[in-house]
Design a protein around this ligand. Structure first.
Ligand code: GLU
Length: 218
């Protein structure tokens, strides 16, 4: 299980996510990625196999702009280390990062394929983002779509979700994997551990088992 960082701010979040990654490297990982919601309301995503350094270089060549983003370092449990298996995973305008293992991923995958979802990775995590998208299509809010989705998950997870549907917020949830919120001024953070956020805040809220949070810059 590896690392998650998410930032909801009023300024560019790219460099905050890069610094968060650097601080998560000690946990070990095989690939890394990030997704940022740009000012036009679309998701931009960058993923790389291997060291955060190669992702850093790719990012410097083509920085992603926006004030809402999530990032991930992956330690593969389902599906080999590769770019297509790296997180964030995306469905429509929604992206997620996941730490942990979804035990019932095959059952959920079959259900989602039945209603037309195509899977682009070999991970257990991809079911989560399609589940959320399927609930968003019912016309409910992002937080309610995530709440409904996590009820279907067996296994361990910490997740952070962003969506073009709700461009000002991150929804995060945990069960069996750690997650901490960092409080800033006009910006707020979520991460797997406090080390990832120590450059940006010293005020933390540790989430408890089963917690689900909605996080905006305020
Ligand atoms: N089970 C997921 C995967 O293999 C998440 C792994 C992790 O926690 O990094 O992609």
């Amino acid at each position: 299980m590896c690392g998650i960082v998410g930032v909801a701010a009023k300024r560019e979040v790219g460099n905050i996510l890069l610094e968060g990654w650097r601080r998560l490297e000690y946990r070990g990982y095989d690939s890394a990625g990030l997704a940022i919601l740009n000012s036009a309301g679309n998701l931009d995503r960058l993923r790389r196999l291997g060291k955060v350094q190669s992702l850093n270089e790719a990012y410097k060549e083509k920085p992603l702009e926006g004030s809402l983003g999530i990032a991930h370092t992956r330690w593969a449990t389902h599906g080999k280390p590769s770019e297509k298996n790296a997180h964030p995973h995306q469905s429509g305008g929604t992206a997620i990062v996941h730490n942990g293992i979804i035990e019932n991923n095959q059952v959920l995958k079959a259900e989602l394929q039945e209603i037309g979802y195509q899977f682009l990775s070999d991970t257990d995590s991809e079911v989560i983002v399609h589940l959320i998208d399927s609930h968003l299509k019912e016309g409910i809010s992002l937080v309610e779509a995530v709440r409904k989705s996590v009820k279907r998950l067996d296994g361990a997870y910490a997740i952070a979700v962003i969506s073009a549907d709700s461009p000002d917020r991150i929804v995060a949830a945990r069960s069996g994997c750690p997650l901490v919120l960092g409080k800033g001024i006009g910006e707020n953070f979520v991460a797997s551990d406090v080390l990832a956020l120590q450059a940006v805040t010293d005020r933390f809220i540790f989430l408890e088992e089963g917690d689900l949070v909605e996080l905006t810059s305020d």
